[in-house]
Write a protein that binds this ligand. Structure first.
Ligand code: KIV
Ligand code: ZN
Length: 525
């Protein structure tokens, strides 16, 4: 047994799950979530047993501050953490936001690698002093302080040991070791954690965390290697959302620890049966769909299409399945409802899918369900989920609403769209042409509601199989550096596209209003 293996931190096998979907994930360009969406995701994270939720970066904007404060007040179990750079203003603002939590945490960081030290033009000694002062400031406000040397994996090891020791002495209770640019590899990341545990005085008093980015596709492996070396907190996001190639995916590390507990004898507090629901919801609100063959949560992760696989599966599921779909909350998907299904059947099925509705909500969804069932004979679970998410994103107070759309298309260009929009309560009509039906519809929206916003991304996915499948459309739009997303689902791709486009415009309008002096909105961010 190595010296580090005798370390007390390594003898406990409980690994804390620190979710940063709402901070590092949301920071990814285009993954912006509204205030209500952030609250909803935070509640789902809390309910699934995440230990620490990094709820945002309070100094970044008024919207971030409000979201972190409200998540702090709402959380029942999880520690609520806010991010702060290494200055008193950030730290004080962060404390203001998290202090209402039952269990608040301040997470402060600074880039310690040579490249990062160069940006504020600080010498090693000046940076060491700043780390001492800022961690002390945070600790005077809050008992639970996390400190991160950003780009730790590219920081000189002697200097890293020195600053980690300073942060511990100043009161940090968790030291996070970020692989900010996704550069490390499992063996190297493990050696780094082991080295810190062995060399830094006071290391046995605190928790080491690992924060890995996925630029080389090694984020999950790097995080698990760090745990084997003594880290007891994994920083991760749902669906691996995050800057560039993303962060370690929560579902991957949690299921790896569960399924391979024989060789990775560590536990988490996560209720894994909630994974699929939160994965779908994060994909929906962030506008980042999950790739079909993504581990654990991809559409194909439990699908067995080839004849050999199907034959084996029917005889014994374990031939090709290392975990059961139910373990991640995937229910047997089959034909569920149709146009003759009643309200009770709909309520029961939605309950199984994780949606518990009040009577008035059920009434609204039932009307939409009937309309869908009229157009589509077979309504599958995925259709119901798309319906739920679509109705959640349509707000009654939207400035722009689609009232009617008629598209004429054929082999002869141009295609045309006849559209009626209700804009701030007044119905307006136009006919516009375009290069294809979606282009024509978008041109009609532009004619009725002129704007400068640029369409950055347009994606269509079929929710289920068949020509009557619903299409889920995601759009990403940019205006003056602000990026918003819109999503919608419909059996008609042009209608889904138009609704998604209008939803993104409505979000931009909310943002514009927030920027008006004197406007005190807490609706979107
Ligand atoms: O990747 C990173 O270094 C970060 C820090 C702020 C922890 O996200
Ligand atoms: Zn990060």
């Amino acid at each position: 047994m190595s010296d580090s293996a005798k370390h007390p931190a390594m003898q406990q096998n409980r690994v804390l799950i620190f979710d940063t979907t709402l901070r590092d994930g949301e920071q990814s360009p285009g993954a912006t979530m509204t205030h209500d969406e952030k609250l909803e995701i935070a509640q789902m994270l809390d309910e699934m047993g995440v230990d620490i939720i990094e709820a945002g970066f309070p100094i970044a904007s008024e919207g971030d501050f409000k979201a972190v404060s409200e998540i702090a007040r709402q959380a029942e179990n999880a520690v609520i953490c806010g991010l702060a750079r290494a200055n008193f203003k950030d730290i004080d603002r962060c404390w203001e936001a998290v202090k209402g939590a039952r269990r608040p945490r301040i997470h402060t960081f600074i880039g310690t690698s040579p490249l990062h030290r160069d940006i504020p033009r600080l010498s090693r000694d000046e940076m060491a002093e700043l780390i001492h002062d800022t961690v002390t400031r945070a600790r005077n406000l809050c008992e639970d302080v996390q400190w991160s040397p950003m780009d730790a994996t590219r920081t000189e090891q002697d200097y890293l040991c020195r600053v980690v020791e300073i942060a511990i002495k100043a009161g940090a209770t968790t030291i996070n070791i970020p692989d900010t640019v996704g550069y490390t590899a499992p063996r190297e990341n493990a050696a780094l954690i082991r080295m810190l545990i062995e060399r830094v005085p006071g290391a046995d008093e605190i928790t080491f965390a690992t924060h890995c980015h996925n630029d080389l596709g090694m984020a999950t492996a790097n995080a698990l290697a760090a745990v084997e070396a003594g880290a007891r907190q994994i920083e991760c996001t749902i669906n691996g959302l995050g800057e560039r190639a993303g962060n370690t995916a929560l579902e991957e590390v949690v299921m790896a620890l569960k399924v391979r507990n024989d060789i990775l004898p560590f536990t988490t507090g996560i209720d894994t049966t909630r994974i699929m629901n939160i994965s779908r919801r994060v994909a929906q609100v962030s506008g980042f769909p999950v790739q079909y063959n993504k581990a654990i949560v991809g559409k194909n992760a439990f699908a067995h299409e080839s004849g050999i696989h199907q034959d084996g599966m029917l005889k014994n599921a374990e031939t090709f399945e290392i975990m059961r779909p139910e373990d991640v909350g995937l229910k047997e998907t089959s034909l569920v409802l149709g146009k003759h299904s009643g309200r009770a059947a709909l309520r029961a099925r939605l309950h199984d899918l994780g949606f518990d509705l009040a009577d008035n909500q059920l009434k609204d969804i039932f009307v939409r369900f009937k309309a869908l069932a009229d157009r589509k004979k077979e309504v599958y679970d995925d259709d119901l989920i798309a319906l739920m998410h679509d109705s959640a994103s349509e707000a009654e107070h939207d400035h722009i609403q689609l009232k009617r759309l008629q598209v004429i298309c054929g082999t002869e260009a141009p295609q045309s769209a006849d559209m009626v929009l209700e804009i701030d309560g007044t119905e307006q009509q136009v006919t516009a042409t375009g290069d294809g039906p979606v282009d024509a519809a978008f041109n009609a929206v532009k004619a009725l509601f002129p704007h400068e916003a640029r369409l950055q991304l347009y994606q269509v996915h079929a929710v289920t199989e068949g020509t009557d499948a619903q299409a889920t459309v995601s759009v990403r739009m940019e205006e003056n550096g602000k990026i918003v997303t819109g999503q919608s689902a419909d059996t008609d791709t042009v209608v889904a596209s138009t609704k998604a486009y209008i939803q993104a415009l409505n979000k931009l309008l909310v943002r514009r209003q927030k920027r008006r002096p004197g406007h005190d909105s807490n609706v979107a961010s």
